[in-house]
Design a protein around this ligand. Structure first.
Ligand code: G3P
Length: 216
């Protein structure tokens, strides 16, 4: 499974990239707004730090607006991916962009049907939002499994990015369900490598080490 970081915070990206854990980055308008910086500048900076794909979202809602924005965003860096919302206009834009070789990530997917439409339109990535599905009292992870099976059934090549990941359970279950990628908020990631028993174990080893008479 690949790990993307769901953040535009440069320090967070650099820190986790040093661990070799960042396969890509995803952003959205809310994530960009948190940084209080110029959109293009921040995306270009992230693209220069991370080797993998970096998603930057369009704001326009018509086909023409989305395609125009996407063509511009695609010139910012060789590893940029254009995020397009899951609408009829979005599908048309994805179809045009995929014929031009521009990579897309179709976002705000909440059903198998939406994922299937996006994949057929030519999306490079499809992003189901598991946390927001759970918020509605439904099962986000079930969608990941069903969408994965559906894409496999028909040999569709779009990769599933599990998005709106809120818990370690989301990540683990998305991996079991066959998602290619999980995009993880910076605050959640340290919880993936931490465990209280690890901390207790280190403490105990250090205490016992003090009892060793000769330490050389
Ligand atoms: O990856 C999508 C994500 O940024 C949205 O997360 O927690 O606002 O549903 P959330």
């Amino acid at each position: 499974m690949e790990f993307f970081l769901d953040t535009a915070n440069i320090e967070e990206i650099k820190r986790i990239n040093r661990l070799g854990l960042v396969d890509g980055v995803t952003t959205n308008p809310s994530i960009i707004a948190k940084e209080g910086r110029d959109f293009k500048e921040v995306i270009k900076e992230i693209c220069s730090i991370v080797d993998g794909p970096v998603s930057a979202e369009v704001i326009g809602l018509t086909v023409d607006e989305m395609v125009q924005e996407a063509r511009d965003i695609a010139t910012w860096a060789s590893n940029v991916v254009v995020k397009i919302p899951m609408t009829e206009a979005g599908l048309e834009a994805v179809n045009i962009l995929s014929s031009e070789g521009i990579k897309t990530n179709v976002t705000l997917i909440f059903s198998v049907a939406q994922g299937l439409m996006a994949a057929k339109a030519g999306a490079t990535y499809v992003s189901p939002f598991v946390g927001r599905i759970d918020d509605m009292g439904e099962d986000g992870i079930e969608l990941i499994g069903n969408l994965n099976k559906t894409l496999n059934n028909y040999g569709l090549e779009s990769k599933i990015i599990t998005a709106s990941v809120r818990t370690i359970g989301h990540l683990e279950q998305a991996a079991v369900a066959g998602a290619h990628i999980a995009t993880i908020p910076g605050a959640l990631l340290p919880k993936l490598w931490s465990h209280p028993l690890t901390d207790i174990g280190i403490q105990k080893f250090l205490e016992d080490w003090e009892k060793v008479p000769q330490k050389n």
